[in-house]
Design a protein around this ligand. Structure first.
Ligand code: HEM
Length: 195
């Protein structure tokens, strides 16, 4: 028989509405900023695309780093249960947040390029495209299925089972490189080297 949860507050509809309200406020201010006319932007649309591009990059890269920190903490403290929880959260974030936000970041990058006459031949643009492609492929083809495998193995064998642990070791290694690639793309975009 199901026992009703006691002592935990059910999420109220008001909280969700407040979140959407705050996000709408941020979006409105962003649009006002973008269309206020800037001395350093090629045009207003470019400013809007860039604002969305950079916000997307912040959410994507920041989210990835945050998950990585939690996973490393769990690994250092030797708490496999914690790492399995992080792996579950990473699988959710990867599919529901990073994949769509990464796609929007990429599309905004393309939209900016179409609003300038810089041309595509610069090192920093090519490196951004390669970085995006590599992290997109690694996320969809390796990290996401592997996080699901960890979840399944933890359910079936337990979080401390050698098979689960081996999968965790492997995903952590790949994810570390993936986050490093994302950070390199940010450095590349900010410094625009070998221009
Ligand atoms: C992993 C994917 C990417 C990340 C994390 C990322 C991140 C960033 C960041 C942080 C900036 C701000 C730099 C600054 O203002 O100094 C930026 C700017 C920019 N990015 Fe990206 N980017 C990514 C992919 C791309 C792609 C694929 C393209 C285009 C093909 C692109 C085109 C641009 C352009 C045109 C700017 C504006 C440069 C400027 O106005 O100075 N980005 N990006």
């Amino acid at each position: 028989m199901d026992t009703p949860a006691t002592g935990s507050a059910a999420p109220s509809r008001g909280t969700g509405n407040l979140t959407y309200g705050i996000l709408a406020g941020v979006a409105i201010v962003g649009v006002i900023f973008a269309f206020s006319g800037s001395a350093v932007m090629p045009n207003n649309w470019y400013a809007l695309f860039k604002a969305v591009h950079v916000l997307g990059a912040v959410i994507w890269v920041g989210g990835g780093v945050s998950i990585m920190i939690h996973a490393i903490r769990g690994q250092r403290a030797y708490k496999p249960e914690d790492i399995v929880t992080v792996a579950k959260q990473a699988a959710f974030m990867g599919e529901k947040v990073f994949a769509p936000v990464g796609l929007i970041t990429f599309l905004m990058g393309i939209a900016m390029m179409l609003n300038t006459s810089w041309g595509w031949g610069h090192f920093w643009i090519v490196a951004g495209l390669i970085g995006y492609a590599s992290t997109f492929i690694v996320g969809i083809a390796i990290l996401s299925p592997m996080a699901k495998k960890i979840d399944e193995s933890a359910e079936k064998n337990g979080p401390t089972h050698p098979e689960t642990m081996a999968l965790i070791e492997r995903i952590m290694l790949i994810a570390r490189f993936d986050v490093a690639v994302l950070m390199l793309v940010v450095l590349d975009m900010v410094t625009k080297p070998f221009a």
